[in-house]
Design a protein around this ligand. Structure first.
Ligand code: LLP
Length: 426
């Protein structure tokens, strides 16, 4: 994104005015080149320090097929959270062991379909093993370990390990899980964790790598298991507010590789493939949300009403998450600023997504607002409510732009619903 001299905002080489006029608002817009740069920067860094390395893109963060195709082209596999994400991966041409199925609290139906799809199962609990074996025996199996500690810049909301997390296997139970799997005749193994999302500190990654390796290392040594892969999860962070520093990816890769190889030696493990399954790092800062100001109220505070609501961008109402925003045409370096609130059009008082923030004075009806860092956990967490519909998605490459998802329409409000005969008007 860039702001030109006339204060017009460009996403790659397309102005937000053109995008809003062509596709309407609210619309999610993704920069293809930024996604590729993010992937390549990270892939280069990890391969430099540990050659046998692979990324599985956690498609939950942005499941638009066009976006996922970019990451497939770059070489990523897919981390799937559900059967539908496995099917989506297959539509992209990614299947078999290029897909890790990391769903949690699975139903028998999930297990059955997961097994027949031939992807790598990553079990969230030892209780699932028994149920899995009743249905079939996978060739390769991984367990998700709760290493007892996790962290997130999004607060406790997105901390996925430690005593308060619903995910993963307690460290004391991991050995028994692999023992049972081995006894059942499974011969190929991986190991996994996903302790937190959005962390910008390389030392955190070194620390959790050590935690996992100390748990898994003992298992490997005791059960004589050569892990084929060890998956450190996602979590590579991006800065959301201007005062946060970006993650030093080079340092992160170096520190992870250091600890990883040292622990392999310590436990006498054969070097496996090192895997990570990030999402936010690839797509987060490549996405923007363009919204329009529709109505301004000057009351107890200045309330700018936009078509970006909690149904369009859920993160602020859900986690109190910060998203930086720009007002198209008004971002002079020396512009006078005033404190305002921004809300959406939903009938809920949590539908504020900016509170008490200094923005250029004089914001008017019809102005466009551009939300940064909307590429991950944006569209995919949007929903219909109050008859407000899910937005459009657009991909930009240079001066070209492509609609990659249509905006919903009224037919989507009633689609799939049925009215029993006795309720039909005579
Ligand atoms: N692997 C697994 C098993 C996951 O559950 C996740 C994300 C990832 C990988 C990718 O994590 P990342 O690299 O993006 O941190 N909705 C929240 C984030 C929830 C993360 C859920 N799991 C947000 O908007 O901040």
């Amino acid at each position: 994104m860039k702001i030109e001299d006339n204060q017009e905002i460009y996403i790659e080489n397309v102005s937000v005015t053109e995008l809003a006029e062509t596709y309407g608002t609210p619309t999610y817009v993704y920069e293809e080149n930024r996604i590729r740069e993010n992937y390549r920067r990270a892939d280069r860094a990890f391969r430099k320090y540990y050659e046998n390395f692979k990324f599985y893109y956690a498609i939950k963060a942005n499941s638009n097929p066009a976006v996922a195709h970019i990451l497939r082209e770059e070489g990523a596999g897919i981390d799937a959270a559900s059967i539908n994400e496995i099917l989506l991966a297959r539509e992209l041409g990614i299947d078999g062991e290029d897909v890790v199925f990391s769903g949690n609290y699975l139903s028998d139906d999930d297990i059955e379909q997961g097994l027949s799809s031939g992807v790598i199962f990553n079990l969230d609990d030892v209780s699932l093993l028994e149920r899995l074996l009743r249905i079939g025996k996978p060739e390769i199996l991984s367990f998700r370990v709760n290493p007892g500690y996790g962290r997130s810049n999004v607060g406790d909301f997105v901390t996925n390990a430690g005593p308060a997390a619903k995910f993963g296997i307690h460290p004391d139970d991991v050995l028994a899980a692999y023992k049972a799997a081995k006894k059942a005749g499974i011969t190929r193994f991986g190991a996994h964790m996903m302790p937190g999302s959005c962390v910008n500190d390389p030392e955190y990654f070194a620390h959790i790598t050590a935690l996992l390796m100390d748990i898994i290392g003992k298992v490997g040594r005791e059960l004589n298991i050569d892990f084929e892969f060890i998956d450190l999860g996602g979590g590579l962070g991006i800065p959301y507010s201007p005062d946060e520093l970006p993650l030093d990816i080079e340092m992160t890769a170096a520190r992870i590789a250091d600890v990883f190889t040292e622990k392999l030696k310590e436990y006498g493990l054969k070097p496996p493939r090192l895997v990570m399954e990030p999402a936010r790092y690839f797509v987060g800062d490549a996405g923007y949300l363009i919204g329009r100001v529709h109505s301004i109220k000057r009351s107890y505070s200045v309330i700018i009403g936009t078509d970006v609501g909690m149904n369009i961008l859920a993160r602020p109402a859900m986690y109190g998450a910060y998203h930086h925003i720009y007002v198209n045409g008004r971002e002079h370096a020396s512009c006078v600023r005033e404190k305002v609130d921004l809300c959406g059009q939903i009938c809920e008082n949590t539908d504020y997504w900016v509170k008490n923030r200094e923005l250029p004075k004089g914001i008017a009806e019809g102005d466009l607002v551009v939300v940064e860092n909307a590429g991950a956990y944006g569209y995919c967490m949007s929903y219909q409510y109050n008859g407000r519909l899910k937005p459009a998605e657009v991909l930009v490459n240079g001066a070209q732009h492509y609609q990659i998802r249509e905006r919903e329409s009224f037919s989507d409000v009633v689609s799939g619903t049925h009215i029993p005969d006795h309720l039909r008007p005579a």
